[in-house]
Structure formats: structure tokens, C-alpha cells
Design a protein around this ligand. Structure first.
Ligand code: G4P
Length: 288
């Protein structure tokens, strides 16, 4: 399956992020908990070199809880602080503030030794499109925040949201580009709905999902659609779904595109249950 997707302005975006990085102490990187590696860009390791680092496993409400815990451990193993969140749910963000302080302990200590007290930590939220950056910034910053950029003399593009005495957030979701040159990454991002569906063959994508579910979550399709999947080809299972859900064309033929869209929508909305598409010890795992 060939996914052609080119998010232009990459060099420009990278340059802009490099500049923004100079201003901050801490990088808050959002990844999608269903595809914690495929939703990352490894360039962030270079871009964020020398900065305190933190990963938010976002959309963890849609991901497999057991895998969330394993991924959190995987990042922690690499010395990166992690919090599992649902950016839409403020309750899940409570821990973020304390983990930020933990991640910046060295900076705070360094400041203290130099006699600098209470200098706010400056941070920036980064991640690939659709990972939930804006949702997180809105939930985390809330209404109470003052956008310091309104002050005269503050240039556009360097606007800070003052969250409290100890934390300032650069008012820009730092957009990272996905590793779209890797077909497996493209496929997984397509499955979670991060890549525009119009450029994809939905039937093929749905079949990839069916193959993956049969292998890793074999009970999901039988439970959701009341059908037996054992020993059956993905295309046949998709036909069964079309039948069960009465996806029919005018003449009475099965409407496979509608069945595919229905299955993908169910998956993306979490109606098939909490599912993670890649596992820490099996990073090169193929979907399908
Ligand atoms: P971005 O700035 O990184 O591009 O992402 P954005 O915040 O716009 O979020 C993309 C979509 O993901 C939004 O849905 C948002 O509601 C959803 N989302 C963000 N965080 C979470 C999360 O933790 N869990 C779940 N389940 N969804 C999350 P949308 O359908 O595009 O918009 P909307 O209709 O929800 O506003």
C-alpha cells in the first residue's frame, strides 16, 4: 500500500523550531499513545538536545492500558519523564505540573546556585499534526492564563502564556513532521486518522486493520460485529461487516467503502475498545 503524502515547508518548520528551542528550558512532546513511536519524529532528539525532556502519552483513553504502562516504562528507561493523559480531560493533567518540576530539577538547582530564585521554567509543546497539541494547551493553560504577548514590544511569534509564577508556555504548537517516508509509519498514522483519508484507499486500510486485530486483538471483531473471523481473509471479513451492518448499494450489492469507513470510524472513536497499534519490544511490528 503506497501512501503519498508530503507535508510541505518541512525545512522552514525545522528552522523555526530550532529558533524556538533557544528560548526554552523544557520540551513537552506529545505522542499518540496508540502509536507512540510512529507519532514521533526522531529529529526531536537533536532539536531538543540539552533541554529537559518530557513526553505526554496523549489519547491514552483510546489506547490499551497495559501497553500504556509498558510505553511509559519504555520512555522512562530512556530518561524521559512521562505522563499518560487525555488532553480533553483536565483531571488527567493534574500530574503534569509536578512532573514538569521533576524534569527541570537540574535547571532549578542550577538557578538556585547562581542566586536566581523563582525564574519561571519556559516550555514549549511539540508534536505531529493532530496529536492533540492545541487541546492540551487549551486544557492546561485554561482561561486564567495571561498571554504576555499582548504587551508592547513582544514580537509576534514569541508570545508566552504565563501559567503561574513558575511556568511559562510558548504560545505556539510546535508542529513536527511525521516520518512519512516510512510506509509502516504512514499506515499507522492513516489508521488513527492523522493522514487525510481522501488520499488513501479506505478498503485496503480497513483490511490492514482487520489483519492486525485478528492477530493482536482476536476477540474485538467477533464481539463488535457478532461474526467469526477465524481462518477468514480480511476482505471476506470486511464483506461480512458490510452484510451485518447493512451497507448496501442501490442495486443491493455490498457497499464495501461504507463498511470500511464504518470500521475505521469505530476504531478511531474507540468503539472497538482500547487498542494500541505498536508495542515497545516490537517496534518494527507491521500492521496487518
Ligand atoms: P493538534 O493541535 O496537535 O493538531 O491536535 P488537536 O488538539 O486539534 O486535536 C486533534 C483531535 O484529537 C481533536 O479531535 C481533539 O479533540 C482530539 N483529542 C485531543 N486529545 C485527545 C485525547 O487525549 N483523547 C481523545 N480521545 N481525543 C483527543 P477532532 O475530532 O479533530 O476535533 P473535535 O471535534 O474533538 O474538536
Amino acid at each position: 500500500m503506497n501512501i503519498q503524502w508530503y507535508p510541505g515547508h518541512m525545512t522552514k518548520a525545522k528552522r523555526a523550531m530550532k529558533e524556538d528551542m533557544k528560548l526554552i528550558d523544557l520540551v513537552i512532546e506529545l505522542v499518540d499513545a496508540r502509536v507512540p513511536l510512529s507519532s514521533r519524529n526522531p529529529d526531536i532528539d537533536d532539536l531538543g538536545a540539552g533541554k529537559a525532556r518530557m513526553v505526554l502519552l496523549n489519547k491514552s483513553d483510546l489506547a490499551d492500558e497495559r501497553q500504556n504502562a509498558r510505553w511509559a516504562a519504555w520512555f522512562e528507561d530512556k530518561g524521559i519523564h512521562v505522563v499518560k493523559i487525555d488532553a480533553r480531560n483536565k483531571g488527567t493533567l493534574k500530574q503534569v505540573q509536578s512532573v514538569i518540576r521533576e524534569a527541570c530539577k537540574e535547571k532549578i538547582e542550577r538557578d538556585r546556585r547562581r542566586g536566581i530564585l523563582n525564574r519561571p521554567i519556559r516550555t514549549m509543546v511539540v508534536g505531529i499534526p493532530n496529536v492533540g497539541k492545541s487541546t492540551f494547551i487549551n486544557s492546561f493553560a485554561g482561561k486564567a492564563c495571561a498571554r504576555t504577548g499582548n504587551k508592547p514590544g513582544v514580537t509576534k511569534g514569541n508570545q508566552w502564556i504565563r501559567l503561574n509564577k513558575t511556568l511559562e508556555l510558548l504560545d505556539t504548537p510546535g508542529i513536527l513532521w511525521p516520518r512519512f517516508e516510512d510506509q509502516q509509519v504512514g499506515l499507522k498514522l492513516a489508521l488513527i486518522g492523522s493522514i487525510n483519508d481522501q488520499i488513501l484507499n479506505k478498503d485496503e486500510l480497513a483490511c490492514e486493520l482487520i489483519r492486525f486485530l485478528k492477530k493482536r486483538y482476536p476477540k474485538v471483531l467477533p464481539e463488535r460485529f457478532g461474526l467469526e473471523t477465524e481462518g477468514k481473509e480480511a476482505a471476506f471479513i470486511l464483506e461480512e461487516i458490510a452484510r451485518v451492518r447493512a451497507c448496501l448499494l442501490k442495486g443491493g450489492d455490498l457497499d464495501m467503502s461504507r463498511a470500511a469507513a464504518l470500521l475505521l470510524d469505530d476504531f478511531r472513536a474507540g468503539k472497538l475498545g482500547r487498542i494500541t497499534l505498536e508495542e515497545p519490544e516490537n517496534q518494527k511490528d507491521k500492521v496487518g
